[in-house]
Write a protein that binds this ligand. Structure first.
Ligand SMILES: CCCCCCCCCCCCCCCC(=O)SCCNC(=O)CCNC(=O)[C@H](O)C(C)(C)COP(=O)(O)OP(=O)(O)OC[C@H]1O[C@@H](n2cnc3c(N)ncnc32)[C@H](O)[C@@H]1OP(=O)(O)O
Length: 172
């Protein structure tokens, strides 16, 4: 698949955090009202991201009617949000809370309503606070990639980062 993203050649290799979620286990909620993973959002993606046995994660997402963009197919922004969530959760495997600074999505095939997207994301490496990831999605046949993404996240101090905007309405 064509893409324009070139990760640095000198990325530092990484290992799983000793307390990382075990392979095959659901990586717990970021918070319950998160658009990507929260259970308490009527119109959220409700993604359950599952830890792989290395530096990868997987997730599945049914493509339902409200996600529609072009007639009969998913909206590109919804797909991008799903990639953001799946790639953004993976750095928890190395114990790094992160926020997105850059996300690129390559749309290879139309993705029909009624299908199920299967996501896979993996950490490529890091450079200081920057964590580079690649992800892909298929509709059941891993050989037929329908979209892919590259993302760059930056590790944050969670308390400091959200202090200014944190609102008591958000249930953590
Ligand atoms: C309870 C909550 C817990 C949350 C934690 C747990 C997470 C559990 C998983 C959740 C999964 C969520 C998945 C959705 C995730 C979102 O959607 S997050 C929401 C969208 N993103 C944002 O709001 C981030 C907004 N940006 C910022 O706040 C600031 O840019 C940041 C990220 C704090 C960085 O600012 P800074 O600390 O001043 O650092 P800065 O030196 O500017 O940048 C650091 C490095 O990144 C580079 N960089 C920055 N931006 C870019 C860019 N666009 N392109 C390339 N390089 C860049 C800089 O050049 C710098 O590189 P070096 O000089 O170190 O080589």
């Amino acid at each position: 698949m064509k893409h324009a993203f070139v990760p640095p050649a000198d990325l530092e290799p990484l290992v799983r955090h000793p307390k990382a979620t075990g392979p095959g286990q659901h990586i717990g909620l970021h918070h319950s009202t998160c658009f990507g993973c929260g259970d308490d959002t009527p119109l959220g993606l409700h993604l359950k991201v599952i830890a792989g046995d290395d530096l990868s994660v997987t997730a599945q997402m049914p493509v339902v009617d409200w996600m529609q963009g072009g007639p009969g197919v998913i909206h590109g922004g919804v797909l991008s949000a799903a990639f953001d969530e799946v790639t953004g959760t993976a750095p928890l495997l190395i114990g790094a809370p992160v926020v997105t600074v850059h996300l690129e999505v390559d749309f290879a095939k139309p993705i029909p309503l009624g299908s199920t997207l299967h996501f896979e994301a993996r950490i490529l490496g890091k450079q200081g606070r920057k964590i580079y990831l690649a992800a892909s999605a298929h509709l059941g046949d891993p050989e037929q990639i329908v979209a892919s993404a590259h993302a760059l996240f930056v590790t944050i101090d969670v308390q400091k980062h959200f202090a200014e905007h944190y609102d008591k309405r958000v249930i953590l």
